[in-house]
Design a protein around this ligand. Structure first.
Ligand code: C2E
Ligand code: CA
Ligand code: CA
Length: 714
């Protein structure tokens, strides 16, 4: 599953924060490192340059003292006293050098040292050093310089030695450096030597590292005539990178801290947002799947539950069962004692389900007073049957509302999937529903388990449904009209449109059969439209009578039913006040608010409203006030009971009084005899309808009848 946006956002944010933190640390690291490395290189180059310049200095001195005719002459003459004053005297004048050596290959050597002053020392330098110097000199001649320098260790002290040939010569290139007398000027690598470099090149704390402590990485190496490292110069490296960092540290750390803080706060907010939106979503999902009144799952929750993979698997494996329950006494309570009492019944029943159903059973309220349970598990069929009996038992207990006991009871249907006959949930649900309907029709007080015989009826119903649909297309339906007369003089005041179906092989199928089938499928809409269309055709010309049209509760489900009706009438040039819409109380029981809203639309559009079959549905009086009915039609069962005992007359009397009180006209249906008619007249009924006054007629027969009636006046 894809992560929700907020979670992904938090992830990206963390990644971006960590990456940018790493990037900044790396940048700082490389920056500092590069700065430091560059500084070290520069320092090394400066020290090397310092040494070079010192060597140039001693070389200048060597040339100054050596390239002198007199010096060679005195050396050849062996005149050490004069030589001493000439060569060693500069020790007093300046402290530039510390050692002077004059040497002849394989011959004499004289030396003077600052420490010993004018005293001549024989063999002042090791022969290897001298040979090394001569070799170096030979190479420098090739470069045209005639003077060179080397480092050497003399008695444990390091010297910078510069060498050149002795004597004034016009042709130095012809001199043999390996044998000619040479002059060596030496400078001790000591504190004053180093101070000089430090001062000239502004490098701090240069130190000479002794032979035994070498090598130091990055140091400047001093090599002798044989190329051996005999000393190293180290110094306190300048660290501009670190210095910069030190200065920049506070802002950088501050930046990082602020950044981390901001990041932390932001991430927490995003997380909280993510949690909240997830929780909201979960809550909304749960709420949508839950019945607010009972807290049980609703139809959506039920459908979700049976669509879960584990539920589907259980059904396929023959380990699922469905129980359908329809309460018997609920509607009566709702009608007699009001909505609140009805709610109490539903809540009480839900509580009993909760108390008695084990955890592996999912219970839902799937309709007004319909419940369903899903049982999963290897023992589902047995468990379901037992649970159905338990449900039957606890529904048999009366429900107390406002101190009164009501018998509720319920019709229960059960269906299950078995190992050898696995069924899909869709089928289980349909079968349990079917079994429940049969249990209801036969008023069984025990659960009914689905079997194939139920399926047969179901299949017949399905066939009928298919036939009906085809019949509507093929024009097997037609409409008849039954007169409704004025009770005072028997004159026809209106007609009621009634649907008829003449099936080619089934014959005349009575409305009591096909209307319920149409109501349980989508066909009622089509049928209703067909009746209205026919009425429009039949009455487009003569509209002196109003026409009653029956409207099923299911037709009110479609939100635009009123607009559609208005449009049809307009198209036929008829006005809505020609039409009386007849509704049974059933319309008001299921979803009163919606029914009321739609009926008010009809009323507002100019239709008249009749309450049909009054007295059979236990509609509360309150409804009558809230919906502007024009007429109340008393069910024919009351008419039929006229003259059969005192009670029924009293009932009709009460209805008549009610009509007076509500100021509604009363219509009596099913009037078959003159006796009934006179009784109803006495009771104050305004309109009468029944075979005594006229059977339902086709449109043309009705027209003929009306013509005859006008002629004869009977
Ligand atoms: P209803 O609305 O109560 O219609 C009156 C029924 O009483 C009609 O039955 C009518 O033929 C019958 N009737 C009239 N006078 C007498 C009489 O003197 N004695 C007896 N025993 N019956 C009489 P029908 O036509 O069989 O219709 C039955 C029900 O089917 C209607 O009851 C109505 O609820 C429904 N229905 C009929 N046509 C339509 C329709 O077009 N749309 C809808 N939604 N329902 C319809
Ligand atoms: Ca009717
Ligand atoms: Ca009726």
């Amino acid at each position: 599953m894809r992560k929700p946006l907020e979670k992904r956002l938090a992830l990206y944010l963390s990644a971006a924060a960590i990456l940018s933190l790493i990037a900044s640390v790396l940048t700082i690291y490389f920056f500092v490192g590069t700065l430091n490395r560059n500084a070290a290189d520069t320092d090394r180059r400066l020290i090397t340059a310092g040494i070079e310049s010192a060597a140039r200095q001693t070389e200048a001195w060597a040339a100054d003292y050596g390239w002198w005719e007199e010096a060679l002459f005195l050396f050849d003459a062996g005149s050490t006293t004069v030589l001493s004053s000439a060569m060693a005297s500069p020790f007093d004048d300046h402290d530039g050098f510390d050692l002077v050596v004059l040497s002849e290959a394989g011959g004499r050597s004289f030396g003077w040292h600052r420490d010993t002053g004018l005293k001549v020392r024989p063999r002042p330098l090791d022969p290897e050093i001298l040979t090394g110097l001569r070799r170096g000199l030979q190479q420098s001649v090739d470069d045209g310089r005639f003077v060179t320098s080397q480092f050497a260790d003399r008695d444990g002290i390091l010297y910078l030695l510069s060498v050149t040939t002795l004597g004034d010569s016009d042709d130095r290139a012809s001199i043999d450096e390996m044998s000619a007398p040479i002059i060596v000027i030496g400078t001790r690598i000591d504190k004053s030597f180093i101070d000089q470099i430090e001062q000239n090149f502004l490098i701090e704390n240069i130190r000479l590292v002794e032979e035994d402590r070498m090598p130091v990485p990055g140091a400047v190496q001093l090599t002798n005539q044989a190329g051996e490292v005999i000393g190293e110069l180290v110094w306190t490296q300048s660290t501009p990178g670190i210095d910069t960092l030190r200065v920049a540290m506070v802002p950088i750390v501050g930046y990082i801290l602020v950044f981390m803080l901001a990041f932390h706060v932001m991430r927490r907010r995003v997380r909280r947002l993510a949690r909240r939106s997830e929780a909201n979503e979960r809550r909304a999902r749960r709420a949508a799947a839950r019945d607010a009144l009972t807290g049980l799952s609703n139809r959506q929750g039920f459908n979700q539950y049976i669509a879960r993979p584990e539920s589907l698997r259980a059904a396929r494996d023959g380990e699922a069962a469905v129980i359908y329950i329809d309460l018997n006494g609920f509607k009566a309570v709702n009608d007699k004692a009001g909505h609140q009492a009805g709610d109490t019944v539903l809540k009480t029943v839900a509580g009993r389900f909760r108390k008695n159903m084990p955890l592996n059973v999912h219970t839902a309220r799937i309709g007004g007073d319909e419940f369903a349970c899903v049982v999963l598990g290897s023992n589902a069929s047995h468990q379901a049957l037992e649970l159905a009996r338990t449900i039957s038992d606890f529904l048999a207990d009366p429900v107390q509302v406002d101190g009164r006991d009501y018998d509720i009871g319920g019709a229960i249907g059960v269906s299950w999937s078995t190992y050898d006959q696995p069924r899909a949930f869709k089928d289980l649900v349909e079968e349990a529903d079917m079994a429940m309907y049969r249990a209801k029709a036969e008023q069984l007080d025990q659960p009914l388990t689905y079997d194939c015989s139920l399926g047969i009826e179901h299949n017949r119903r399905r066939d009928l449904e298919a036939d009906m649909e085809a019949g509507l297309e093929r024009g097997e339906f037609y409409v008849v009209y039954q007169p409704i007369v004025d009770a005072a003089d028997g004159s026809i005041r209106s007609v009621e449109a009634l649907a008829r179906w003449e099936h080619p092989t089934r014959g005349a199928v009575p409305p009591d059969v096909f209307i319920p089938i149409a109501e349980r499928s989508k066909l009622i809409q089509k049928l209703g439209d067909f009746v209205l269309d026919t009425v429009c055709q039949d009455f487009a010309a003569c509209s002196e009578h109003t026409v009653s049209i029956n409207l099923s509760p299911a037709q009110l489900n479609s939100p635009d039913v009123c607009q559609r009706y208005v449009a049809k009438l307009e198209a036929a040039g008829l006005s809505p006040d020609l039409i009386e819409i007849e509704l049974t109380e059933a319309v008001l029981v299921d979803d009163f608010e919606r029914a009321r809203e739609r009926l008010l639309q009809f009323a507002a559009a100019g239709f008249r409203l009749n309450l049909d079959d009054f007295g059979t549905g236990f509609a509360g009086m309150g409804y009558l006030h809230q919906i502007p009915f024009n007429k109340i039609k008393i069910d024919k069962s009351f008419v039929r009971s006229i003259g059969k005992g005192d009670g029924s007359n009293k009932m009709l009397q009460a209805m008549s009084l009610l009509g007076d009180a509500l100021q509604k006209d009363l219509v009596a249906e099913g009037v078959e005899t003159e006796a009934q008619a006179s009784m109803l007249r006495l009771l104050g009924f305004r309109y009468l309808q029944g075979w005594h006054f006229g059977r339902p007629l086709t449109a043309s027969a009705l027209r003929q009848h009306l013509r005859d009636y006008r002629h004869t006046g009977t």
